[in-house]
Design a protein around this ligand. Sequence first.
Ligand SMILES: [Zn+2]
Length: 391
Amino acid sequence: MDFANQVSRHRLADDLWQLVNVPSPTLRERDAALCYAEMLRGCGAAVEIDETLPESPNVVGRLRGARPGPVLQLAGHLDHIDVPHPPPRREADIISGRGAADMKNGLAGMLEITRLLHQWSDFPGDLLITAFGRHEAPLGDSRGLHNLIARGVKGDAAIVFEGPEAAAVVMALGMSIWKVTMRRRGQACHEMTGPEKGWGLIGALDGLLSLVAEKNRRFGELHNDYPLLPPESVFIGQIHYGDFYNRVPASCAIEGTRRWHPDKTVPRIEAEFAAWLEELQLTPDLNIETHWIRVGESFAIDPAESIVRALQKAWREAGGREIGFSGHSSVNDTCRLVTQGKIPAVLCGFDTETGHADYEFVRLDRMETACRVALSAALNYLNAHCAEDLK
Ligand SMILES: [Zn+2]
């Protein structure tokens, strides 16, 4: 039987339509979580709601196979960015609405896979379905997924239902947001009374900008040990100096990102950054402080992991194409599953191109193909107990 052919575009569309009509901005995912829990129950899973974070509950579903085998985790986030969007619309071949492409499409796919595996029931191992909130930065802190992993709720491998479609992502950059604040002694004042008319602070700011530009340039020149990834980087997204045309400010601030390769970790990045700032040699009347928001660690998994092979085989057989290995530049939940959960995880997007855009929509034909591939990857993984079976 060709299991992948059982995927129904109509059911995927119905589920996505239901999900996209329950708003779930980051930190306010409760209604969507309760709705998803009901839908997941309707697909045959035993469902538990983890209320550790009452406004952002975790939904945990389990589906037992017919015989012992590995536990495959299907993972997705319930929240979407809190940015206005036109009301959801359902047309013949697309569904639009905030969260449609990031990532209610993937959540709908997780339901369809659960539903079909429940109907067949003749598969080895178990399915663990996890949906959580608090994902989207800057409000999201990934506490939902963090808490699940800390409780030991995780699979032997995972598929995260967002990110690129036809790609076997085996490594990703880590990312932190840094903010440097420089303060001079005294309060903000008139330009005619301020120390050096503020040129000391401007000079320090200028030094910091040049330093960051130089470090970033050097990253581009280094030999890249991870050719699937772009060079490491340090980026500036905001510069704040002053609030009035003739006032000398008491402080200024610069904020940006630092992205790094899988051979480094957060503590090393932060120590390295502190050493850079030492190079500025600021005068004693200036004080400098760095604040970090740790968004996600870098990671790399072995391309021979059976979940990776399962995904490649699925694309070959159910998606009609060969997919090579690739690296991913932005942080997503695979990074938490790999670094905190210590399990291999891959990405499988369901037409995610318009995520975070002014107009988010999903093409149902693309979603159906992605779901056929994901279902077949799940079965490949569960049926293969070692990488050898996936050749
Ligand atoms: Zn997302």
